[in-house]
Design a protein around this ligand. Structure first.
Ligand code: ZN
Length: 253
């Protein structure tokens, strides 16, 4: 999910958008049966060892893109998927995402925190175009400062079902790809590059980061700035830290 917030200095019209995910469990889980959230090849630094939310069952994942997205929005989404595929090719020589288009109308009304609903499976998930503020606020419990959210259901530490919602009206059109890129990182099992809370030994807090820090520049940083034309933030290129962490959830060949 991504959020917005006002910028204090030179440009008062800019607001920050926060990106996040929401996890929902399925039944009670025994700790000893939980799969670790990272693979044995993970080289994430100590202060990011806690920045993972559960791997998927396997690749490639089929991403079903809501046919309600416009041509230009689809292009932004396609490019975002391709960025993660390029990273994956370097790690595992295979794509992590495949793409297909379909009608997602019925998914615009559901509550994805109810994991008994069948809104996808371990191989396939939808990316849905949201345009209904009531569904966004009353059912998904998201604010107008959050333009994208990933909902995941897990079992034994692995994602068994997930769904991504994007609300294009809450950001500039050119930012949709940046938001999609971030949400697809959640789909792979990455949490944010830093956490909004205070520092933890295994999970760095965002507030203590210098502005040029790699965790701050990462596409998985939880906030993106939005505002009038020409002044908003675009993040379409994963940085070294995004790639390093991707290698924790994508197994090498
Ligand atoms: Zn996020």
């Amino acid at each position: 999910m991504i959020w917005y917030r006002p910028m204090l200095r030179s440009n008062r019209s800019l607001i920050a958008v926060f990106l996040t995910f929401l996890a929902a469990g399925c039944g009670s889980l025994m700790d000893q049966l939980e799969d670790p959230a990272v693979n044995a090849f993970c080289k994430a630094p100590a202060d990011q060892r806690g920045s993972f939310i559960g791997r998927v069952q396997g690749y490639p994942l089929e991403v079903v893109v809501d046919s309600a997205f416009s041509e230009s929005e689809r292009l932004e989404i396609r490019n975002a998927l391709q960025q993660w595929n390029l990273i994956s090719l370097g790690i595992s020589r295979q794509d992590v995402f495949r793409i297909r288009y379909d009608d997602a109308r019925k998914l615009r009304a559901i509550d994805p925190t109810d994991c008994s609903l069948e809104f996808g499976d371990e191989d396939t998930f939808f990316i849905v175009r949201e345009d209904n503020s009531t569904h966004w606020e009353k059912t998904l419990h998201l604010g107008s400062n959050i333009p994208g959210a990933t909902f995941r259901c897990k079992q034994f530490g692995r994602a068994i079902r997930q769904i991504v919602y994007l609300y294009p009206k809450l950001i500039q059109a050119r930012q949709l790809g940046s938001v999609a890129l971030h949400e697809f990182g959640h789909s792979l099992g990455l949490d944010h590059s830093c956490q909004m809370d205070s520092d933890r030994a295994d999970y760095r807090g965002c507030q203590s980061l210098p502005s040029d820090h790699d965790y701050r520049r990462a596409v998985m940083y939880p906030v993106i700035m939005t505002g009038p034309k020409g002044s908003y933030e675009i993040k379409e290129d994963p940085v070294a830290n995004d790639k390093l962490r991707a290698a924790c959830v994508i197994d090498p060949v």
